[in-house]
Design a protein around this ligand. Structure first.
Ligand code: COA
Ligand code: ZN
Length: 309
């Protein structure tokens, strides 16, 4: 038993990872990947998004993906939704959780969702009022740590959106660093304040590694009390409507760091690395993950020096 609290890792490669890929990933390959995440024992997987097919053509097979993946009843299969139409489609497809997304930044919300933040939120009120059985709601605040159009976002604006989501009755809240503008000191300060509004089991941090600070930000958030993190296999990911966006923090790099530090994730690093190595041939390009190239610390090499016997 480790002396440190474990973390929950939500795998977002099927959604955040694939939404920005130019190469079409066939539905059966998406299903293969998601089924592998189920087998790996993730407790939460963001499967896809129910958004306009013109906005994100890469995920236009969302309903089919949901219909074909195998389901472990202990896992939460999440769908990102931007509006009431997306919520209806995600509920019909059998999502366990709807991830509502809007931005702290008005300009990014207009670019990404083609509507104001107020209009996004009005849609979420309509979604929250719908009968949805046991389906959970999560509220995400994109650009929480900075916007590529507007720059820094006031902490109060982000916290205000957290409060509004909680008033709506969401089960969880995510703070997203859409284009990797966060730094560890800023993360610590915002997580401290967010944890006065919501308990750690209901708060997720969603970091991108755009400026190389992803895992430093994870550690800062962990030390401030955060215990739930989004990450993408291979470090895939990025918002198609944020200039300069690049990948999420990389799942196997996150798991490697945590395990080396004695923080349990419940995931098997060797299996993750094997799966990550299937990504470059699938996507036709190298991926950002580092541990999938370097191997685990314990994958030692034969000594080049012949020892005298
Ligand atoms: N799922 C699928 N199609 C949808 C949809 C949804 N949730 N919401 C709207 N549409 C369709 C409409 O039916 C319409 O189709 P048509 O052109 O064939 O008639 C088209 O999309 C445009 O609808 P409209 O209501 O005018 O939306 P819009 O063009 O103003 O776009 C969003 C609004 C929210 C649908 C769009 O900006 C979007 O999907 N954004 C998501 C972007 C994203 O996923 N970013 C990364 C994740 S944060
Ligand atoms: Zn993201």
């Amino acid at each position: 038993m480790s002396q440190y609290d474990p973390i929950i890792v939500q795998e977002v490669a099927p959604r955040d990872g694939l939404q920005i890929e130019r190469t079409w990933v066939p539905t059966e390959e998406k299903v293969r990947l998601i089924d592998a995440f189920t087998d790996l024992g993730f407790s939460r997987i963001e499967v896809t998004s129910f958004v306009s097919r013109k906005a994100v053509p890469a995920l236009r097979d969302a309903a089919e993906v949901f219909a074909r993946i195998k389901r472990d009843p202990r896992l939460i299969y999440v769908a990102l939704v931007p509006n009431a139409r997306g919520a209806d489609d995600a509920l019909a497809a059998g999502a366990d959780e709807l991830n509502l997304v809007m931005s702290a930044s008005q300009t990014h919300n207009l670019a990404n969702m083609r509507m104001t933040g107020e209009a996004s939120f009005a849609g979420f009120e309509a979604i929250a009022a719908k009968p949805r059985g046991k389906v959970l709601l999560n509220g995400s605040v994109a650009t929480s740590f900075g916007c590529p159009f507007e720059g820094a976002q006031p902490e109060e604006r982000v916290l205000d959106l957290v409060r509004k989501y909680l008033d709506l009755g969401v089960d969880g809240v995510s703070l997203a660093d859409t284009t990797g503008m966060a730094n560890p000191r800023q993360v610590r300060a915002l997580v401290d304040k967010a944890l006065k509004l919501v308990t750690p089991d209901r708060l997720t941090l969603h970091f991108h590694n755009t400026r190389g600070l992803g895992l430093a930000n994870v550690l800062a958030a962990y030390e401030a009390g955060a215990r739930r993190f989004d990450s993408a296999l291979g470090g895939l990911g990025g918002c198609p409507f944020a200039p300069g966006a690049t990948g999420n923090i990389c799942t196997e790099d996150l798991v490697n760091m945590c395990h080396e530090m004695g923080i349990d994730t419940g995931l098997d690093l060797e299996t993750l690395i094997k799966l990550s190595r299937t990504l470059p041939p699938l996507l036709g390009h190298d991926v950002a993950g580092q541990v999938m190239k370097a191997g685990r610390n314990c994958d030692l090499h034969a000594s080049p020096v012949a020892l005298a016997s």
